[in-house]
Design a protein around this ligand. Structure first.
Ligand code: PEP
Ligand code: MN
Length: 365
C-alpha cells in the first residue's frame, strides 16, 4: 500500500510556541458558561495551542446528549475573542463543515465513527473543496489502517494540505485497561507510509480514564508523535460526556509540565558523537552475528552430508530438545528474554533443516 499525500509542514500552520502542540478543551460544549470558563483557564496555562469542543456529538445510543448543535459555534467565537485561542470542532457531514467554516472555526476534525465510512468522509471532503482549513482525521473505530489512509487521501484530494492524523485507539472485543486499545503498531505503520504526515495522539479516548493519560501521552511523545489532543473540563465530575477521562485545566497543565520531550534528531554534538559511537558498536555486533550464522551454516552443511552418507534422518528430536534447553539456560543467565531467544533458535533451526533437506536431495558426490 502506498500513501501519496501533499502535506504542509505542521509548523507552517500550527502555533509553534507550545511544545508539544496541544489541542485541549471539553469533550462537549455544554453551556456558554462551561465553555468560556474552561477556555479561560486553559488559555491561562499558556500550554494550549487550540481550543477543542464537540458540538455535534456522535453517541452510541439515541436519547443521550447529542451536543448543543450550531449554537455552540457562537460560544466558540466568544471563547476565541476572549482568550485568543483558535478553535476546533468535529464535523460529521457537509452541513457541519459549511456551518463551521462560516463561523470561522480554525481547525476541523473527523471523528472515529466517521472515518469508518467512506461515504461520510467523501461528503465531508466535497464540502471542504476550496477551503484552506486544517483538518485532522481520527483513526477509524476498528483497527483498519486502509480506512484511515483512505480518509486522509479523500480529504487531501479535496485540496486540504494542512492535514494531520489523530491516533485515538481502536475498539476491541477484549476488555483491557484501555477504553480503546492503542495498537501503536498501526500509528507507526501510518508514520512509515507517510513520514511527512503529522500525527497527534489522543490519550483521553485511548484511556477512558484520567489515571492512565500521563502514561499514554508520554509514550506517544517517545514514539515521536507530533502533538496531543486532550479533553479538559472546568469540573469533570459533572461533565455531560466522557466525565471519567477529562482533566481540569490545572491538572492538564501539570501533566504537560511533567512530560519529557525527546528530540528525534539532535543538534547537540556530544549527543550525536556518543550515538554514532554506539551505533558503530551495534553495526560491528550485527556483522559478527551474520558471520557466525554463516559459520554455523557451514557446519550444518557438513552434518547434512555426513547424515546423508550414513543414511541417518535429518531431524533428531532429542538433539533439538537438548539445544533448546541448553541455549535457554544460557540465555536466561545472560538476562535475555526467553520468548525472544526461543523464536530466534526456532528460526535458525528451521533454516538448518531446510539446508540439510537440500543436501539430502543432492546426488551423493
Ligand atoms: C471526541 O473527540 O470527543 C470524540 C467523539 O472522539 P472519537 O471520534 O475519537 O470517539
Ligand atoms: Mn470525548
Amino acid at each position: 500500500m502506498k500513501l501519496n499525500l501533499t502535506i504542509k509542514p505542521l509548523n507552517t500552520w500550527f502555533t509553534e510556541s507550545n511544545q508539544p502542540p496541544l489541542i485541549a478543551g471539553p469533550c462537549s460544549a455544554e453551556t456558554e458558561e462551561q465553555l468560556l470558563s474552561t477556555a479561560k483557564l486553559l488559555a491561562q496555562t499558556g500550554r494550549v495551542a487550540v481550543l477543542r469542543a464537540g458540538i455535534w456529538k456522535p453517541r452510541t445510543r439515541p436519547g443521550e446528549f447529542e451536543g448543543v448543535g450550531s449554537i455552540g459555534l457562537t460560544w466558540l467565537q466568544k471563547a476565541k475573542a476572549e482568550t485568543g485561542l483558535p478553535t476546533a470542532v468535529e464535523v460529521a457531514n457537509a452541513k457541519h463543515v459549511e456551518e463551521a467554516l462560516a463561523a470561522g472555526v480554525d481547525v476541523l476534525w473527523v471523528g472515529a465513527r466517521s472515518t469508518v465510512n467512506p461515504f461520510t468522509v467523501q461528503e465531508i471532503a466535497d464540502a471542504l473543496k476550496g477551503a484552506d482549513v486544517p483538518v485532522l482525521v481520527k483513526n477509524p473505530v476498528n483497527p483498519d489502517l486502509s480506512l484511515w489512509c483512505g480518509a486522509l487521501e479523500r480529504i487531501n484530494n479535496a485540496g486540504i494540505t494542512k492535514l494531520a492524523a489523530i491516533h485515538r485507539g481502536f475498539s476491541s472485543f477484549e476488555k483491557t485497561a484501555f477504553r480503546n486499545e492503542p495498537m501503536w503498531e498501526l500509528a507507526i505503520q501510518l508514520k512509515t507510509l507517510a513520514p511527512e504526515l503529522p500525527i497527534f495522539n489522543d490519550p483521553s479516548h485511548i484511556c477512558g480514564n484520567r489515571e492512565l493519560i500521563p502514561y499514554i501521552a508520554q509514550k506517544a511523545l517517545d514514539l515521536d508523535m507530533q502533538g496531543l489532543m486532550i479533553e479538559s473540563h472546568i469540573d469533570p465530575s459533572v461533565a455531560w460526556t466522557d466525565a471519567k477521562q477529562q482533566l481540569t485545566p490545572t491538572a492538564l497543565s501539570e501533566l504537560i509540565g511533567r512530560l519529557t520531550l525527546r528530540q528525534a534528531e539532535s543538534n547537540d554534538n556530544k549527543f550525536v558523537d556518543k550515538l554514532t559511537e554506539l551505533r558503530e558498536k551495534i553495526d560491528k555486533i550485527d556483522d559478527q552475528i551474520i558471520q557466525k550464522m554463516a559459520e554455523r551454516m557451514k557446519v550444518v552443511e557438513k552434518i547434512g552430508e555426513y547424515k546423508r552418507d550414513s543414511g541417518v534422518t535429518i531431524l533428531q528430536v532429542s538433539r533439538w530438545d537438548e539445544i533448546l534447553q541448553k541455549r535457554s539456560d544460557f540465555a536466561k543467565a545472560l538476562n535475555l528474554e526467553l520468548d525472544f531467544v526461543g523464536k530466534l533458535l526456532e528460526l535458525i533451526h528451521n533454516e538448518s533443516i531446510r539446508k540439510q533437506t537440500e543436501i539430502m536431495n543432492e546426488v551423493k558426490a
